[in-house]
Write a protein that binds this ligand. Sequence first.
Ligand code: FAD
Ligand code: DLZ
Ligand code: SF4
Length: 510
Amino acid sequence: MKTVKSLVVILGDQLSPMISSLNAADPAQDVVLMSEVVDEATYVPHHKKKIAFLFSAMRHFAEELREAGWSVNYFKFDDPKNSGSLVGEIERAVKNHGCDRVLVTEPGEWRLRRNFEELANRLSVPVTILDDDRFLCSRSEFAGWAHGRKQLRMEYFYRDMRRKTGLLMDGDKPEGGKWNFDAENRKPAGKDLDFVGPKRFEPDAITEDVLALVSDRFTDHFGTLEPFWFAVTRREAEAALQQFIDSGLPSFGDYQDAMLKDEQFLFHAVLSLYINAGLLDPLTVCRLIEEEYRKGRVPLNSAEGFIRQIIGWREYVRGIYWLKMPDYVDQNFFGNSKQLPAFYWSADTDMACLRACIEQTRDEAYAHHIQRLMVTGNFAMLAGVDPKAVHEWYLAVYADAYEWVELPNTLGMSQFADGGLLSSKPYAASGNYINKMSDYCSSCRYKVKEKEGPEACPFNYLYWDFMARNREHLGDNPRLGPVYRTWDRMSGERKKAVREDAARFLSREV
Ligand code: FAD
Ligand code: DLZ
Ligand code: SF4
């Protein structure tokens, strides 16, 4: 029988030794292809730290594969032979190696899957696209779950994933008698808490080379490159996970929604970039977290809260992405069309909450969930920014951002641009919420308690302006009944002042 020589394509976010493409191949006869390409590095102006992280992690992974006996063809960004696109690299490699087939695990983004399908039509050898079984729920399983349901609520999906994995189950009942301990995860944080933060790593020679490359070739991209401290190998990512388990996880649940101006990470894991790139396996991480709970080392609300994010939200948004693409990216329920304010790139704003979140995004390529959802996301939606522009910003600025996870979170959850597929009401909030959950307001030039006038917190009048402006879209939403009743009780004078303040602010700042 003729032996098949496969060209195994490994993408920058497929750095997992047990990925389906490698599992289907044979190191004795097949060749791995990895390439740093300009198309992937520039399709949005990715944060410099994100590019450095991925290029360094890719180079380290190539070494790991070589040590495991694979023959790896790795093309660096500056290699004169580098064609600049993944498809170009595959075509070139097929020509050079004369392989019998191309093997690739399904890319995380729709655009790339389409490119690979088009390539399959013109290539002389077959292109096999395998399922990405690093996810617990396959695309077809999710489609089956969604079929015939009027509402695709994460909570029900999550319960199925708990049953499927057996995580935090007590027989066929949820551990602790409740599926979800979210109500216990909303404490504001005080400065007296003992934050350790994510584990930091010294760049090695490979990372130093990458840092020099990124500094030289990506000058116009967003973000601060150094200090660079991300893990770039599986072993380092595992050490980062261990540090989170030891020092962050016990308090993760309680303070999941809190924000502090001088504490960028609080008790968050800062693991999404490693999980999404393939350096950590999501199910293994969840099993370790469950073990900590079973050993009595972390409370249930922390273990459940964390596991819900991974087997619930993370799997669910991926399911939605593939179910709804390619049209999903064009959704614009409110018809918002304003440009993204320039301060999303410069952090040059008097609003202390936005300034803090954007500065931290610039410096660390990281913001935690509530900062993304309730500060930068909330503001963009209240201000009426085009959801596609918001999406492109989030895709560029975070080290963990790939469209499959970023788009439903941004367009669906934070901008309500899908009209409520992901959430039953918009995540809109006035300054009161931000003040309750953070310490931003005490150092802001605006006054969070003031509702109108030049000193008032802009979130206060923008919130009401948003509700009034979008009444035809939201007026029937039962969860917003109390909001519209409050609006209706306001005096005509107060309503007019709110709308005028909002118009003045938006014409100046957005
Ligand atoms: P933790 O708060 O410690 O949570 C633990 C883990 O749960 C994370 O590492 C992540 O893997 C997972 N997780 C938590 N929430 C979500 C969620 N909503 N969706 C998917 N996974 C989740 N997450 C990304 O991984 N990439 C993105 O591009 C991304 N874009 C977002 C955009 C917006 C507008 C919003 C509101 C959220 C976005 N998220 C994204 C989800 C979430 O904010 C990040 O996963 C989280 O902040 C990562 O930091 P962490 O590792 O410290 O997470
Ligand atoms: C994000 C990214 C970047 C910046 N660079 C590369 C690259 O040079 N080579 C590569 O194979 N992948 C890169 N990636 C990750 C891809 O964009 C990612 O695989 C797709 O977006 C699918 O999720
Ligand atoms: Fe943000 Fe308003 Fe608080 Fe200022 S007062 S930090 S703008 S919520």
